[in-house]
Each structure stands twice: as C-alpha cells, then as structure tokens.
Design a protein. Structure first.
Ligand SMILES: [Zn+2]
Length: 406
C-alpha cells in the first residue's frame, strides 16, 4: 500500500507499556492506555497528539503477536486418541503411539492448520518444537516444518526437541546442531536426566559455534527435587553465552523453598534467561496426585518478573495427548495465565509476554509501537487491555489506513 509521508489517524488508544519513548505521545491517559490522534510517518508510528473530541469508538492499537512455544508436529491429533488422559508420562506414551500416523501429508495438514490459526489470531512470529527420535538424523516432521517455514506468511522458528541425555553424546548433539539453519534454535528437554551437565555443555558450545539461540523444556514437574533450571543458569553464567536462552515450564520453581527460589531467580536474571509458562498444558497435566485438581502446575510468574526475570506465555500443546483442547492464540494463553497465575492489573506489562518481550527472547527486534510500521501492528475493537484480552475482535492495523483514505 502506498503510504503518505505524514498521516494522522484520529481517535486511537495505545497501551503505555508498549511504547518506549512516551514523551512523543501527547494524548489523554486512560488507565493503562493513552488516547489521541496517532501520527504516522511513511506508515510508521512516530507519535500522538491530543484528540479534539473524546473517544467515539473503541480502537486499540497493539503489536502483532508472538507465539513463543508450541508443537505444530503434535497439534490436532486428539481425535485419534479419544481415551487419552492422565499425567505427563501418560501423554508422552499416548503421543508416541500416535506417531504411527505421522506421514508427511498428515504432519503438513495438521501443522498448516495450526499456522492458519496462529495467523488468524494475529501472530507474526511463532516458534514450534519438533520431536526428535532415537536417531540423530532429523525426523520427517523437521523437513515438513522447514518447508512450511519457507512458505509461511509468518516467521516460523523451529527448535529440535530431544532429551538432554541424547545431547550428552557429542556426535548426536553435533548432528542435530548441523541441521538447524540460521533463524531457528537449538533445543532439548531436561527433566531429571542423568547426564544434564554434559548435555548442556555440548549444547551451549554448539549454539555458540553455530550462532543459535537455546530453548529448553525444563522441570515440567511439581517435584521440588527436580532442578534442571539452575543447571542451565549455571552453564549460561559459566560459559558467558550471549545468545537468547528460553526455558519453558520451570514448574518445580513453584514448589521449591523461598530461599531456593531467590537463589535460582537471581541466577536467571544474571544469565538473562527468559521463562515461558504454558498454562494450558501445565494446568491439565500437573497437580493430579493424589486427588485432582491439586496444585496448579504453573511457575511463579509474578515473583519471577519481580526478580527481574523476563517471562513469556505460550500456547504449547493444542488438541493433542498433552492437552485435549486449546488454540494457537497467545491472547487466550494470556487470559488463562491472568486467572491461573494471579497476574494483576495494570495489564500492559503482561501484554509484553506475547509481543515485545517474546520477540526479544526469540532473538528478534522487539517492535514496540513507536517506530513500528502499521504492517507489524493490529487494531482491536477494544477500549482497554482488559477488553482486548477478554476476546475483543482485532484485525491488521493497515485496515486503519484503508478506512482513513475512504
Ligand atoms: Zn512444549
């Protein structure tokens, strides 16, 4: 679309937490937003001036969403396992049996459905994990998803998901790292394994050599004795790894002692590790023993944020053995986390978990609203962030220009 050098779009609200240079936004503060006439320069947001009139229709501008953690290889398989259920181990076994159906076309059809959902939900960026097998060579799903990454309208990052004990074998780890192209991540799951330090050392060295971010599934359990997270933080501090590190789950942080929490959170902050909580899968699989529902299986999000650890939210499993319901919609993950994780208003800081902070953790420019092109923004029929997160309709922000020029 051709864009004018300067354009004024009247009557818009934007979340204060999604602006870096607030001094250029002269509107009326309304709760966690500022309302006024938006100033664009060649399609980019450069400021705001006060509106002559009060807001007539709710219109809230926000960054396109980032889905930092999901599983496109597994999604939409639940119809083939109507009697699944149980805890994490039961889900792993059920999903393993389902892999008998994972032909190239089956994976492509399901993953494309997941991508279409994410795009419809307003995502511009998405990271999917891909289950690795016993062999170091990539599974069929890796090839299929790499093809989809080249074709997709959104930025699709992939991260291999092998056990950290497999990564302790240097040949296995090097073979996996070699097939991860630039723009993707090197990943593994860590859950009480026996060779965690060796596996981590191999991964940190390979990620540094190949210039790849790191991504872990770690401590997906309420057992307070399981603490792979601190081993990851120790390795990051020891090696001074300077790429992004994203750790998913970190559930056992919810059951460790306050002293342990403070010690681990301090290391996470110093190592600049980001934690992504996955509320759907965590609530479904964790806390089933002895009577369900027991404890919530969520990492302490608010306390981590207060300790200076960046936090994100992800959709994780969507309609598979690990979570029989769900959707690829980061705003839904945020809505659920507000309830399950006690994330209090003002809500703008939590919107960062699926926008700016999520992009940073994935090794991308954060794209706050100021300076962003309308192509990278969304507009919602919402008066504030509570309204947006509670399901308000939204669409590409480029529609604003079309409406304005009509
Ligand atoms: Zn996951």
């Amino acid at each position: 679309m051709e864009t004018q050098a300067i354009a004024i779009l009247p009557d818009i609200s934007i979340p204060l937490d999604l602006i870096h240079r607030r001094e250029q936004f002269h509107g009326t503060s309304v709760n966690d937003c500022v309302h006024g006439d938006l100033i664009l320069s060649r399609g980019r947001v450069v400021g705001m001036r006060p509106s002559a009139a009060a807001q007539t229709a709710p219109r809230l501008l926000f960054p396109a969403l980032t889905e930092p953690h999901c599983h496109l290889d597994k999604c939409h398989t639940i119809s083939r396992m109507p009697h699944s259920g149980g805890d994490l181990l039961a889900a792993i076994e059920a999903q393993m049996r389902d892999k008998a159906y994972w032909s190239e076309s089956d994976i492509r059809t399901r993953a494309q459905r997941g991508l279409d959902e994410a795009i419809a939900a307003g995502c511009h960026t998405l990271r999917s994990h891909v289950d690795w097998g016993h062999e170091a060579t990539p599974p069929t799903a890796w090839h299929v998803l790499l093809e989809l990454a080249q074709e997709s309208a959104l930025t699709l990052q992939l991260s291999p998901l092998a056990g950290i004990d497999q990564m302790a074998d240097p040949t296995f780890a090097a073979t996996v790292a070699r097939v991860v192209p630039d723009g993707h991540a090197l990943g593994a799951f860590v859950l009480g394994h026996t060779q965690i330090p060796t596996g981590l050392r191999n991964m940190f060295a390979l990620a540094a050599d190949h210039g790849l971010p790191l991504d872990f599934h770690v401590d997906e359990t309420l057992d307070p004795k399981i603490n792979g997270l601190e081993a990851i933080a120790d390795m990051a501090l020891e090696t001074r790894f300077d790429g992004p590190i994203l750790c998913g789950h970190a559930v056992s942080l919810a059951t460790c002692t306050p002293d342990e929490f403070r010690r681990i959170a301090d290391k996470l902050a110093r190592a600049r590790i980001t934690i992504v909580a996955l509320p759907t899968t965590n609530l479904y699989l964790q806390g089933r023993d002895p009577h369900t529902p027991g404890l919530r299986g969520l990492t302490p999000l608010d306390a981590l944020a207060a300790a200076g650890v960046p936090i994100l939210l992800g959709s994780d499993n969507v309609r598979d053995a690990f979570c029989p319901v769900g959707r690829h919609d980061p705003l839904y993950a945020l809505e659920l986390a507000i309830l399950a994780g006690h994330l209090d208003p003002p809500l703008g800081r939590w919107l960062r978990t699926i926008t700016t902070d999520a992009r940073t953790a994935l090794g991308m420019n954060p794209t706050p609203i100021d300076g962003a092109h309308l192509n990278d923004l969304r507009i919602a029929d919402a008066s504030d962030l509570s309204h947006l997160i509670s399901g308000a309709a939204h669409r590409p922000a480029t529609d604003l220009l079309k409406e304005h020029l009509q």
